[in-house]
Design a protein around this ligand. Structure first.
Ligand code: NAD
Length: 238
C-alpha cells in the first residue's frame, strides 16, 4: 500500500523508455545502437575519438527529439502529483522522458542528453539540443565540450542525496534496469539490509525479465513497463 504518508523511491532504467522507441543496450549484446559501449560511453573513448562520441550523442539527441513518453512515464508523473516530495524519482536514463511526461523532481544520476559541459574547466553544464555540428564544440576556455553524461568509470551524480533518500523510503520500486550497472544496481541492497534489521520496508522490480539482482527484491513483476507499472501503482493506491 502506498498511502499519503509513504515515502517511495523509484529507480528507472533504460527499459522504461523501450516502449517509447529508445533502445536499451543490454538487449543488443553489449552494443548500443551498433556501437561498442566503451567506445562511445567512456572517458577513454572520448579521449581517443571525440568526433565519434559526439556523432553518437548527436544521433541520440536527434532521436530523443522525436520520441514521446509512454504510460509508465506518465504513471510516475501522476504518482508525483499525488505524493509530492515523498516520491524520489531517480533515473539512470538520460533521455528526458520523465520531464516530458510531467515529472518535475527528477534526479538524473547518469546525466542528461540535452546538456553539455566543458571537458576540462568547471563552467556549469548548459541546456543544449544541438545535434548537427560542423566542428567539435569548444568551451570559451578552448577545451573540447562534452555531453553531460556519466560515462563508464565516472562517478554518478547526487549519490549522497540518493543514498539518503533510499535510507528513508518505505517502498523501493525499480523499473526496467538489468541490475548490472553499479552503483545503481546496489541501491536495492539498502532495502534488504533494512528489512533484515526489522524495518517494514519492501521492494519491487518491474520489467521484461528478471534482472541480475532479482533475488534482492521482495517482488518481481514481469511485463512491459507501460502495461504493468500503471496497473501495479493503481493497485497500491491507499
Ligand atoms: P539495460 O539496458 O542494462 O537494461 C534494460 C532492462 O530493461 C533489461 O533488463 C530489459 O529486460 C528491460 N526492458 C526492456 N524492455 C522493457 C520494457 N518494455 N519494459 C520493462 N523493462 C524492459 O539498462 P540499465 O540497467 O538502465 O543500464 C543501462 C545504462 O545505459 C544506464 O546507465 C543508462 O544510463 C544508459 N542508457 C540510457 C538510455 C536512455 O536514456 N533511455 C538507453 C540506453 C542506455
Amino acid at each position: 500500500m502506498i498511502d499519503d504518508q509513504t515515502e517511495v523511491f523509484v529507480l528507472t532504467g533504460a527499459g522504461i523508455s523501450a516502449e517509447s522507441g529508445i533502445a536499451t543496450f543490454r538487449d543488443a549484446n553489449g552494443l548500443w545502437e551498433n556501437h561498442r559501449v566503451e567506445a562511445v560511453a567512456s572517458p577513454e573513448g572520448f579521449a581517443a575519438d571525440p568526433a565519434v562520441v559526439w556523432r553518437f550523442y548527436a544521433q541520440r539527441r536527434a532521436q530523443a527529439l522525436t520520441v514521446a513518453p509512454n504510460p509508465a512515464h506518465r504513471a510516475l508523473a501522476e504518482l508525483e502529483a499525488r505524493l509530492g516530495d515523498r516520491l524520489f524519482l531517480c533515473t539512470q536514463n538520460v533521455d528526458g522522458l520523465h520531464e516530458a511526461a510531467g515529472s518535475t523532481r527528477v534526479t538524473h544520476m547518469h546525466g542528461e542528453l540535452m546538456k553539455t559541459r566543458c571537458s576540462v574547466c568547471d563552467r556549469p553544464p548548459f541546456d543544449d539540443t544541438r545535434h548537427d555540428f560542423a566542428e567539435l564544440p569548444r568551451c570559451a576556455c578552448g577545451a573540447l565540450q562534452r555531453p553531460h553524461i556519466v560515462w563508464f568509470g565516472e562517478v554518478p551524480f547526487e549519490l549522497h542525496t540518493i543514498k539518503r533518500r533510499v535510507q528513508r523510503a518505505a517502498v523501493f520500486v525499480c523499473v526496467g534496469s538489468s541490475g548490472v550497472v553499479y552503483p545503481a544496481a546496489g541501491l536495492v541492497g539498502e532495502m534488504t539490509y533494512r528489512r533484515q534489521m526489522g524495518e517494514p520496508v519492501r521492494s519491487v522490480y518491474v520489467g521484461l525479465e528478471r534482472p541480475a539482482n532479482a533475488d534482492e527484491f521482495d517482488e518481481v513483476v514481469l511485463g512491459k513497463a507501460g502495461e504493468v507499472l500503471p496497473a501495479w501503482l493503481a493497485a497500491q493506491a491507499g
